[in-house]
Ligand binder design. Structure first.
Ligand code: KE4
Length: 428
């Protein structure tokens, strides 16, 4: 079933650390061999052994309309012929910036970069430059990319591999990263009081997606907003996952919250390497060459990445019914899973908002990293592989959100629910 993937994985490990270019792909926490993909179309992935999978990773978020969505493919093909990079400003970058600003009401200015990590690290530097303060607050289990300041109690692969302290992150850096449990406003207030006048920014995933999908408790984000206003702290929403996925205006629109700075990635590039950070002009104007907070990138605003992202975002803006369709499909999946899990009879939780969803083998609600970690995560690998062999490709970790794409049909969802019912029996 996976012979060619196994051969390729053996070969890949000779020249690539762990055989992958990003740790979460290695199947390390679920065991077995990562399947190597050959191609994909719509909601389906095809691996090198010819197996077909219904995809619930969507490249960790970007493929919101499904793989190889025709208009993006055509746009890339056309623009590649003009050159794949200039290193000079282009009209496309202006159009992309204007489009994003039209979708996020409090984004006056935006700077394009090439990954979510770059977006988040730049936003933190900017907040420090703007406030003249050094410390940041992040939340346990949240993941903002692999820049040093964020690799303190981080989520995603850092949580998956249970890396308590990442070698190479110096104490000098780590000391400026304060952490609090997600959804614990009192803990944040205590940190702010203990470090009065020292905190440059609070950065948060408005809907957490890197410890499974975990929703903000009512009042939590609003409480952070109020605290930031009171203490002169820059409020940063990391919308790399939620941006343009939960609504055209992302989590800000969906949850009715406003940040000072936003970071974006994933959907914004339509599958190409794109990130961005933006927000209030008063802050953004400190970014070089306007101001002295230096940030740069050879391929920032790359024309191929821009046209891919622009084509996708334009579709999402012009057809917001996509979000209702996506949510209806996700609720259908959620209800179907609920039914088979109830019949299975063991403890579980399903967390979901919009087209983000996750399953936790937990007796108690999963509201933060501690409760996500306390789940019976030893069950997840068996469930993952049971689903994989039935043609359903889930994120290979209990500490990740699933992402639906709008190419999924209700037949695909029914097949997924049926596969889950059979897979749960394998767990008994
Ligand atoms: P990238 O540098 O991977 O483009 O983005 C970093 C990032 C920042 N903020 C949030 C909320 C994120 O979820 C991410 C990246 N997400 C992971 C998936 N959990 C990317 C997958 C991977 O690491 O391969």
């Amino acid at each position: 079933m996976y012979e060619k993937s196994q051969q390729l994985f053996e070969r890949a490990q000779q020249s690539i650390p762990g055989g992958v270019n990003s740790p979460v792909r290695a199947f390390k926490s679920v065991g077995g061999t990562p399947v190597f993909m050959q191609k994909a179309k719509g909601a389906y992935l095809y691996d090198v052994d010819g197996n077909r999978y219904i995809d619930y990773i969507a490249s960790w978020g970007p493929m919101i309309l499904g793989h190889a969505w025709e208009p993006v493919v055509t746009a890339i093909q056309e623009y590649a012929a003009y050159s794949t990079s200039y290193g000079a400003p282009t009209l496309l970058e202006v159009e992309m910036a204007e489009l994003i600003c039209s979708l996020a009401p409090n984004v006056d200015m935006i700077r394009m970069v090439s990954s979510g990590t770059e977006a988040c690290m730049s936003a933190i530097r900017l907040a420090r430059g703007y406030t003249g303060r050094n410390k940041i607050i992040k939340f346990t289990g949240h993941y903002h990319g692999h820049a040093d300041p964020f690799l303190v109690k981080a989520g995603s692969g850092v949580a998956t591999f249970n890396i308590q302290t990442v070698p190479g992150v110096t104490p000098g850096v780590a000391q400026d990263t304060l952490t609090a449990p997600y959804n614990d406003l009192d803990a944040v207030k205590k940190l702010a009081a203990a470090h009065k006048g020292e905190i440059a920014a609070i950065i948060v995933e408005p809907v957490a997606g890197n410890m499974g999908c975990i929703l903000p408790q009512p009042g939590f984000l609003e409480g952070l907003r109020t605290l930031c206003d009171a203490e002169g702290i820059v409020f940063i929403l990391d919308e790399v996952m939620t941006g343009f996925r939960l609504a055209p205006g992302g989590a800000q629109e969906r949850l009715g919250i406003r940040a000072d700075l936003l970071t974006y990635g994933k959907v914004i590039g339509g599958g190409m390497p794109v990130g961005a950070f933006g927000g209030k002009k008063e802050i953004m104007q400190l970014i070089a060459p306007l101001g002295n907070v230096y940030q740069a990138g050879t391929l920032s605003g790359n024309p191929i990445a821009m046209i891919a992202g622009y084509t996708l975002l334009k579709e999402l803006k012009n057809n917001p019914s996509i979000y209702r369709e996506l949510e209806e499909k996700t609720l259908y999946l959620r209800n179907g899973l609920d039914k088979v899990l109830k019949a299975w009879g063991q403890p579980y939780q399903i967390n979901q908002l919009g087209s983000m969803i996750s399953l936790h083998f937990s007796e108690h609600p999963v509201t933060d990293f501690a409760s996500a970690s306390a789940a019976n995560n030893a069950r997840f690998p068996a469930f993952f592989h049971a689903m994989l062999k039935r043609g359903v490709y889930l994120p290979p970790s209990a500490f990740e959100s699933w992402f639906l794409n709008n190419a999924l049909t209700y037949n695909d969802l029914d097949s997924t629910i049926t596969a889950a019912e059979a897979s749960l029996k394998d767990l008994n």
